[in-house]
Design a binder for this molecule. Structure first.
Ligand SMILES: [Zn+2]
Length: 169
C-alpha cells in the first residue's frame, strides 16, 4: 500500500485500518490545516497505543493473539481461552465521546463525519457480534494509556474478571 510522502514514515498503528481504507480519498480533501492536524495525531511506532497495551498485557504474564481475522471487527488483542477481546482505538478516528482528542476539523465536515461515524457504527456492530460469541470486550482509548498504573489495573480487572457476557440460562 502506498501512502503519501508525509505519512510514509510514521503511521499511527492503532489506525492503520482506517488509513488503509481511505487514504486516497483523504489526500484529496486534505487542506494544509487538516494536514498539520493529522500530523499531530501521528505517533511514533514504538509508543503507539496498541504496542503499549500489548506490552502491559505481556508484562503481566498473559499471552494473546493479534488482529484475529476470524473474529468480528478483527480485535487488536485476543485472549482466546479467556474469551476476552481488546480494541485499542484512536480517539479521533473512532469518535471517543466527550474526549477533546475527538474534536472534528471544521473544514470538510461532511467527509469527517461520514468517516468517523462509519467507524463508530462498525465498532458497535463488532462488539455486539463478539458478545454474541461469548466474548467480553474492552475498548482502550488512546487518551487512556498515559497513566500506566491505571491502564494495568483496567487490563487485569478485565482479563481476570468474571464472564459478564456469558449466556445466561
Ligand atoms: Zn479519548
Amino acid at each position: 500500500m502506498r501512502f503519501p510522502p508525509f505519512l510514509q514514515q510514521k503511521l499511527p498503528i492503532q489506525c492503520t485500518d482506517c488509513f488503509g481504507q481511505s487514504i486516497k480519498t483523504m489526500t484529496d480533501v486534505f487542506s494544509k490545516r487538516n494536514r498539520s492536524r493529522i500530523m499531530s495525531l501521528v505517533k511514533n511506532r514504538d509508543t503507539a497505543p496498541e504496542i503499549i497495551v500489548r506490552k502491559a498485557i505481556y508484562g503481566m504474564g498473559f499471552r494473546y493473539s493479534l488482529n484475529a481475522k476470524d473474529l468480528p471487527g478483527k480485535p487488536d488483542i485476543v485472549l482466546r481461552k479467556r474469551k476476552k477481546a481488546v480494541f485499542v482505538n484512536g480517539c479521533f478516528w473512532h469518535g471517543h465521546k466527550g474526549c477533546k482528542r475527538a474534536s472534528r476539523p471544521s473544514s470538510n465536515r461532511k467527509f469527517w463525519e461520514e468517516k468517523i461515524e462509519g467507524n463508530m457504527t462498525r465498532d458497535k456492530r463488532s462488539k455486539a457480534a463478539l458478545k454474541k460469541l461469548g466474548f467480553s470486550v474492552l475498548t482502550i482509548w488512546g487518551c487512556q494509556i498515559q497513566n500506566e498504573a491505571l491502564l494495568r489495573r483496567k487490563l487485569i480487572n478485565f482479563i481476570t474478571g468474571g464472564l459478564p457476557n456469558e449466556r445466561k440460562r
